[in-house]
Design a protein around this ligand. Structure first.
Ligand code: G3H
Ligand code: 13P
Ligand code: ZN
Length: 307
């Protein structure tokens, strides 16, 4: 069972000039979809759990699902806490078998973010756990702020250098215009690639892109055709993800695209097969939809065959 951490996975990806997908899970079927797709594609993979996913499923339950399934695959896998904000909760993940954690202090002033991140790094490193930190804020269409304010929330390259030096974090999440969820852009999608280039020349540790779902047009129209209300949903085009990877992003976070694939596939299944009421059949349709998306992401990120 090659369970490893994000630092290992991302350093290898950095050397090989590809990125690894970090896919969010909160149950059995999503974890199965992630590991099955990654195993078939011979790709390393990062399984991410948010604090609210743990609240939903329970820390032991999610860990046991992960461990049982990860023991059966032959690819490098990491179990990662996504957007950890609470010190005690972060410690409990470290104690419960997570191999990598994110401390998200992006909402804090710079010095406080540094102080908190450094504290977490000291503890995590003493037990071999890698730490992702975040500098800059992801702002989306729901944040009613002007374009210049938005750009002000992007990661400052020189601050990033200081931040990495002062905290000793292993990997860094940066803000260049993506945001979480299905409604990322009001107009045309626009990422600040010049900023990414500058950060990459100044910062040596592996970089992370959050809010990287594409809101895949085919999946979106299938979900809509079967009744989903997703007006104005818009994501990061696949081409922009490819560019971000070519400029040095080594971890790409995907949650929304799995949620949309699950929704589209289950809606389609229930409409096409109204006589079915077995939860296993219904959930298998959702799982298949997610697995197809994960396989395509692995191809897009260039991690196929890298395990
Ligand atoms: O970055 C956020 C992830 O999409 C997790 O979302 O807190 O609803 O589980 P969640
Ligand atoms: P999306 O909402 O774009 O899938 O982003 C997920 C994410 O960043 C999880 O940390
Ligand atoms: Zn995120």
């Amino acid at each position: 069972m090659p369970i490893t951490n994000n630092k290992e996975i991302q350093q290898t990806a950095q050397r090989g000039k590809y990125a690894v997908g970090a896919f969010n899970t909160s149950n059995l079927e999503i974890t199965q979809a992630i590991l099955e797709a990654a195993e078939e594609k011979k790709s390393p993979v990062i399984i991410a759990t948010s604090q609210s996913a743990i609240k939903y499923a329970g820390i032991d339950t999610l860990y046991q699902i992960f461990k049982t399934l990860a023991e059966k695959v032959s690819i490098p896998v990491s179990l990662h806490l996504d957007h950890g904000t609470d010190f005690d909760i972060i410690i409990s993940y470290i104690r419960n078998g997570w191999t990598s954690i994110m401390y998200d202090g992006s909402h804090e002033p710079f010095e406080k973010n540094v102080e908190n991140t450094r504290k977490i790094v000291e503890i995590a490193h003493s037990v071999g756990i890698s730490v992702e930190a975040e500098l800059g804020r992801l702002v989306g269409v729901e944040d009613e702020i002007s374009v210049s304010e938005k750009e002000g929330a992007f990661t400052d390259p020189d601050e990033a250098v200081q931040f990495v030096e002062k905290t000793g974090c292993d990997t860094l999440a940066i803000a260049i215009g993506t945001s979480h969820g299905a409604y990322k852009f009001k107009g045309e999608p626009k990422l600040d690639f010049d900023r990414l280039k500058e950060i990459k020349t100044k910062v040596n540790i592996p970089l992370v892109l959050h809010g990287a779902s594409s809101v895949i047009p085919e999946v979106l129209s299938r979900a809509r055709n079967y009744g989903a209300e997703l007006k104005d949903a818009k994501g990061v085009p696949a081409e922009d993800i490819r560019t971000a990877v070519s400029l040095g992003i080594t971890k790409v976070n995907i949650d929304t695209d799995l949620r949309l694939a699950f929704t589209a596939s289950i809606r389609e299944f229930l409409t096409e097969k109204p006589e079915v009421f077995d939860p296993r059949k219904i959930l298998s349709a959702g799982k298949k939809g997610m697995k197809d998306v994960i396989s395509k992401k692995i191809e897009l990120l260039g991690s196929e065959g890298k395990a």
